[in-house]
Design a protein around this ligand. Structure first.
Ligand SMILES: Cc1cc2nc3c(=O)[nH]c(=O)nc-3n(C[C@H](O)[C@H](O)[C@H](O)COP(=O)(O)O)c2cc1C
Length: 191
């Protein structure tokens, strides 16, 4: 093959499309909290993941430009408040869209501030931090948790959503042979 033939146009990564595709994954909304030099800090994060049951581990993925990323290596622990469906204002507030005059109410567990009215709480000790591209994964061992049976705030396709209780009828899974054959042949055949 000649040299010219191997030259490929630079592949443009579709960042906007990638973000949109990621946004199709519905999540809850949390606020990560930490206490540093006597001040309470909070940051909205939906990249919160359960990692392990034994030992109990969770992680949160934080932008390397965020204040919380600067603080966590100092504090070595953080709190997670899983927001309730009526706490959208708190999500906005801790995502940089500061709401002036908002009366913030905290509770305290193991010395960490958590947001009053959330549906679940976790207090964790950072046991590992992995730099992953422009974010860092903060893995934490859960020292304390609690939850209450209330509806959480959801985030999907860049918008806040609520849990629907009237569940839509599920689309029946294809039963006929032709459909199953089609599904089984998505990959090109090996020749
Ligand atoms: C619903 C929602 C979810 C978010 N999830 C994350 C996340 O998981 N990780 C992250 O680094 N930033 C996330 N952000 C953005 C941060 O909350 C935002 O950049 C914040 O201002 C960072 O805090 P700082 O300004 O104190 O550094 C999210 C924002 C919103 C509105």
């Amino acid at each position: 093959m000649g040299k010219e033939a191997s030259i490929q146009p630079p592949q443009q990564f579709d960042t906007r499309g990638f973000r949109n595709a990621l946004g199709r994954f519905a999540s809850g909304v949390t606020v990560v909290t930490a206490c540093y030099k006597g001040q309470t800090h909070g940051m909205t994060a939906n990249a919160f993941v359960s990692v392990s049951l034994v030992p109990p581990l969770v992680l949160v993925s934080l932008d390397n430009r965020s204040n919380m990323h600067r603080i966590l290596p100092e504090t070595g622990q953080y709190g997670i408040s899983v927001l309730a469906e009526d706490q959208e204002v708190l999500s906005n507030h801790f995502a940089g869209r500061t709401v002036e005059g908002l009366h913030l109410r905290f509770i305290e567990r193991l010395g960490l501030p958590l947001l009053e009215g959330a549906v679940a709480y976790f207090v964790v000790r950072v046991v590992d931090a992995h730099l992953a591209g422009d974010h860092t994964l903060y893995i934490g061992e859960v020292l304390h948790f609690e939850s209450r049976d209330e509806r959480p705030l959801l985030f999907h396709s860049g918008k806040y959503q609520q849990v629907r209780t009237d569940r839509a009828k599920p689309t029946p899974w294809p039963q006929d042979e032709f459909s199953l054959f089609s599904i089984g042949n998505i990959d090109p055949p090996i020749t």
